[in-house]
Design a protein around this ligand. Sequence first.
Ligand code: G6P
Ligand code: ZN
Length: 591
Amino acid sequence: MSNPEQVKHAIETRPTKPFTDQKPGTSGLRKPTKTFIENQYFENFIQAYFDDLNERNKDKQATLVVGGDGRHFVREGTRIIIQMAAANNVKKLFVARDGLMSTPSVSCVIRKRNTDGGIVLTASHNPGGIDNDFGVKFNISNGGSDFFDRNTKFNGKFCLGPAPEAVTNSVYDKTRQLTNIRLCPTLVNIDLLTLGKHTYEIEGRSTPFEIEIIDSVDDYVQLMKSIFDFDKIHNLLVGDKGKFPIMINALSGVMGPYVLRIFHEELKAKDAVTVKNCQNLEDFGGHHPDPNLTYAHELVEDMKHGDFEFGAAFDGDGDRNMILGKSGFFVTPCDSLAVLAANLDCIPYFKKHGIHGYARSMPTSGAVDRVAAKNQKSLYEVPTGWKFFGNLMDSKLISICGEESFGTGSDHIREKDGMWAVLSWLSVLANVDRSVEKILHAHWTTFGRNFFTRYDYEEIDGPGPFAMLKRLEGMCMANELLNKTFVTPYGNKEYTVTLMDDFHYTDPVDGSYTEKQGIRIVFTDGSRLVFRLSGTGARGATVRLYADSYENDPSTYTKDAQEMLRPLVSLALEIAQLKEFTGRDKPTVIT
Ligand code: G6P
Ligand code: ZN
């Protein structure tokens, strides 16, 4: 399809004022939606990205992918990016139909179509809408995210991430010096709903600017079909052993179209798969699109009735997942990773490509470590943030990885992948046992059980959280708690400290060094406490407290994790003086 317009579009250079606060966090730049919309805040950030890209690419014209999670301003933001890309020497943009493309799908499209990177318009699991959050994140050519980490150094310099080609100039530096933005304001009325290719003549450019509107669901479905045995999953859901009813809740995020296409059309399992919130809404229907026991409460309630064997929910941009069994049996993300790691032979992709090592983020429980030990595979422990897995995957050191923050994935792409996790679980259910709970019990019987919980204290105003972390850092430096024995305020249990440190990491592939990644207290029995500040919030500070303890007495396996961990958590609160510093006597969310 060629563009009927013959006009040449002029490039306009528009003056702007730099902002000092466009420093990306753990996963891109996230701010209130209104902040992005006002004062060319969004345009500035995108211009800084293009300036950096052109400098790094030495003016070689780039091909990029653009997509988002459908929240408020995604479609308008997509149109602005089109106008700016045309004016900033981009050769071609693959644009998601209607602006909708899940984060894993962006990674898939970048890799499949060999682009130089992509722009994802998402604030992930943060609520959307005019009064909530918006976000932008940039992915590099391996399909993984590229973002500023104030604590990562490469060759002694702070950098955008471990990928060496991204090191030299940070987008953040550019945002602070920006004086102009460039755009083609006459590039309007582009039909984002119709698939096809368009080319535009741009004044001052020797080559035309190309756009291709693509259906990202197509590319993604093809990838999933190359990984999983769809016939086997079809057979589990509606095959000869009778219906296996499941419930999938997309929380009104970007995953609706993927869910409908995969479960109803490709797997032909409409009879067994009940779906909810599969219509993408700009404010996610008021949901907080984070798949955990608190925010995906609707799924938990639906599962409690016992009518479904399996339940899953995704976050706004589709990279996170929550897995539940019959009657709402909760699979912690840490256990989910361990169970999948132990059962990868149920998935054709791993039979074909082999299994390299496994990895987890530092706060994630050690459940997968035990699978690695048994299977004699390497286990890597990285800081929080999916980008740290990228180098390990590119170098074939790991095949599967996960985080306690409801992220699971493999080296098929470079983002975590909610749908991949669900299809992996269904593959295990099809091959091993038709009960999630039984699979977990069998796993614990083999490996022992890591009890894990995370307490979140969200959106705290004022300096308290920072002061709390500072005090803990001081205690690490002074080795203050080493060999000290504590009696827990709740339960009178004794714990002796064997290590307390501020976690740091040297990437084994490129040698980049990342420090200050969370305070870790390890006890002589292997139990661990971790404290860190969230890097994804858009308001105030969020403190996260993680507790992990290991049991190999089978009589404990069926016990409630909260009850089991209460003594350890009570000790954590005492050591950190959390209430004194934050003013909070209970967490906002427990997972
Ligand atoms: C995003 C990243 C994850 C990371 C999480 C941490 O979701 O993609 O890789 O685990 O942020 O969030 P936090 O709020 O704990 O910094
Ligand atoms: Zn997400």
